[in-house]
Design a protein around this ligand. Structure first.
Ligand SMILES: C[S@@+](CC[C@H](N)C(=O)[O-])C[C@H]1O[C@@H](n2cnc3c(N)ncnc32)[C@H](O)[C@@H]1O
Length: 429
């Protein structure tokens, strides 16, 4: 953001008019002429802010259902939680009356926290974090203190929370504070949510440009965890690659996937009444899997169906637990596939019907694919080395075709500790 496109100018009547004009112009004209027209009609700072904002709003429906009324900075939007994830997380805050949203950014989480509670939510907050003998029944969050040291973010968070009803009759009230979260007293808070910034100096080296090292944040994770010494109910958002040893004893690590995309790890302090140390959640359905105690899962050759677990399940280390739930077995002690002889519909895995299963041999698999009339396939490699594109050429596959029944998934993996291949068809749930 430059000094010339501070989105706060869009909160003035003139700024709001420029933003509406930018949206209308973008709908009817080529991009280049929109900027020129806006600059003719509005002062340069307002025109620049309106243009930048119209562009950000164009992308924002990917995260927010009310994107068209919200205000963003580019960095704030990129780091913001999506509405579906924020709502899922906020549901566990029901029962906390006063909540602190530390490092609130542009308010992606704030807007959901403001709606937590009431009939829609399932409270998991422990009575221990509610001083003064508040009842354990879920109550809506009443007051939120949103804190960010970036004054633009704090102001936009307040605006965005208002878009989602904060401050309206019966809804939570929001107080936005510009401060370093480490200096803010938390007296009177029942629960705290912290979404620390990924630190710029935590980027990987030249081998992984643009990627942030998990567990390195501002403020530090250690500071975030220590907040639970002042307010027992603390929830910290972290990157999904967070090393397991960084999770404090007694805390729950929840890994969240939206569809098949692993999005984040959320760490819940013991006061949130965790059911176990790890949880895998798959959105948008909000299905959660926790540990399922039992005997070790058997390892045997693949069966008629193959379950490819959600990355949330794999990351949470709950593959065996999922196998116990569905009555399946593993095809290798180290590989995260589950075999089973009947189709199962589960939100925690993609189900594939096995058309062919044999020790991996590229030539024989190419022949079998031809016999099955399959000309295009997705290649899924897990636990087997090899260049996927070279293998695709060796299998004489054209690419990722869309037309069925000539499309399949070819799984390259290990079974019984040797290279194994499977040709599979998707089972639509
Ligand atoms: C990941 S973003 C928060 C995103 C937010 N939860 C959302 O969904 O929109 C992190 C925010 O932390 C703020 N921040 C980082 N360090 C801070 C500190 N010590 N005190 C206050 N805010 C801080 C940054 O300005 C940034 O807005």
């Amino acid at each position: 953001m430059s000094v010339n496109d501070d989105p706060r100018v869009l909160l003035t009547p003139r700024g709001a008019a420029a933003l509406a004009r930018a949206a209308a112009l973008r709908a009817e004209r080529p991009e280049l002429t929109v900027a020129a027209e806006l600059r003719r009609e509005f002062p340069p700072d307002i025109a620049a802010a309106a243009l930048a904002q119209a562009e950000l709003r164009g992308a924002a429906p990917a995260k927010f259902s009310r994107a068209g009324e919200m205000l963003f900075t580019r960095g704030g939007y990129e780091q913001a939680s999506s509405e579906v994830i924020a709502r899922h997380r906020a549901a566990r805050f029901a029962g906390a009356i006063r909540v602190a949203d530390l490092c609130c950014g542009i308010g992606g989480d704030l807007l959901a926290l403001g709606q937590a509670g009431g009939a829609r939510s399932q409270a998991i907050v422990s009575g221990a974090c509610l001083p003064g003998g508040h009842p354990r029944t879920p109550e809506a969050v009443r007051e939120i203190m949103a804190v960010d040291r970036d004054p633009v973010h704090a102001r936009l968070a307040l605006h965005n929370a208002t878009v989602y009803g904060a401050g309206a009759h019966g809804a939570a009230s929001v107080r936005a504070i510009v401060a370093d979260v480490r200096d803010v007293p938390l007296r009177g808070c029942d629960a705290v949510f912290i979404d620390p910034a990924r630190r710029a100096d935590a980027r990987g080296g030249s081998r992984s440009p643009g990627r942030f090292r998990a567990g390195v944040s501002e403020p530090s994770l250690d500071w975030c965890f220590a907040v639970s010494e002042r307010v027992p109910a603390v929830c910290v958002k972290a990157a999904p690659g967070l090393p397991a040893e960084l999770v404090p004893p007694g805390w729950e690590a929840e890994f969240i996937a939206d569809g098949r995309d692993l999005k984040e790890a959320v760490l819940w302090s013991p006061a949130f009444e965790a059911t176990g140390p790890r949880r895998a959640t798959v959105l948008p359905g909000g299905h959660s899997l926790t540990a399922v105690p039992g005997d070790p899962v058997a390892v045997a050759e693949p069966g008629e169906y193959l379950l490819d677990p959600s990355p949330a399940v794999t990351r949470a280390g709950l593959v065996e637990d999922l196998a116990r739930t569905v009555g399946g077995w593993k095809i290798d002690s180290q590989i995260a596939f589950i075999a089973i002889n009947h189709p199962v519909a589960t939100p925690f895995a993609r189900t594939l019907r096995v058309l062919h299963s044999a020790p991996w041999n590229e030539k024989r698999f190419a022949t079998r694919l031809r016999e099955l009339g399959i000309g295009a396939a997705d290649l899924r490699r897990r636990g087997l080395a090899g260049d996927v594109e070279r293998i695709r050429r060796g299998l004489k596959l054209a690419g990722t075709g869309r037309s069925r029944p000539h499309r399949a998934t070819v799984v390259l993996t290990r079974a019984a500790d040797r290279p194994w291949g499977l040709i599979c068809a998707d089972v639509r749930g």
